[in-house]
Design a protein around this ligand. Sequence first.
Ligand code: PMP
Length: 300
Amino acid sequence: MHEVPYDDRDGVIWFNGKFVPWRDAKLHVLNHALHYASAVFEGMRAYNGEIFKLTEHNQRLHNSAKILGFEVPYSVTELDAVSREALEQSGLQNAYIRPIAWRGPEQMGVSAQKCEINVAIAVWEWPSYFTPEARMKGIKLAWAPWRRPDPACAPVQAKAAGLYMICTLSKHHAEASGCSDALMLDWRGQLAETTGANMFLVKDGVIHTPTPDCFLNGITRRSVIDLARKNGYEVVERAIMPNELGDFSEMFVTGTAAEVTPISDINDGEYSFEVGEVTRALMTQYDDLVNGRARAAAAE
Ligand code: PMP
């Protein structure tokens, strides 16, 4: 099945301060970001017309830009307003929202001091990162051939385009062996994350998750930790080594796109997990939270 290419769709994209027809949101080939990965972006989801954790995402866009040495020329408040407007213009209630900020064409070379900063926000339909059937059964992971870098080697806390180079390579490697995603270790050999989501493991009802000291501390990750603790689960953040994987009964990953997705298998049977009670409870609770149902229940 071929998707409609992303540059050939109906609608509008917010592009440097105004809405332009979708197909006109174009760039010249000599943009700094294209050659040197000087771009930061966000991915957020709207549920029933409300963007979940909108301000946190736009704040992270600002922080990511700061880490890459530039300022987003619109405030978080402005980005929040425009994100809502872009969602409204899309006519969608449930959607994926992609803000991106990048260095433009004013300079070509490693230095980018004179480059202007461009910003765009696009909205599209993105129902489920993994197919619903695959999700409920749990998805299969392969070992990634690449590791998350040492914070001394890359700006690991930024959601920056360049950091996804090893993610695409790892995801392709996983897909080539019939898996949905790749499990990445970090530079020390500790468990880190998948190519676009954070990971959790369950043992005897206790939830364990790697300390996010060299990869994104995801907004979903933090929401799920909060939810778990509020629901009486113990959550332990620590360094977890791959040889511990056999001790855990459940595994799941979290991310804006992935939401809460169970893992059934790593490396074709090397490790297997059930879609157990803790994973199922957190899938439901996360679904309630993003759809505003938990807030309604709490207010009763
Ligand atoms: N790690 C990576 C590499 C990601 O791309 C994402 C998705 N942004 C995450 C973790 C999860 O982050 P969040 O929950 O904020 O979407």
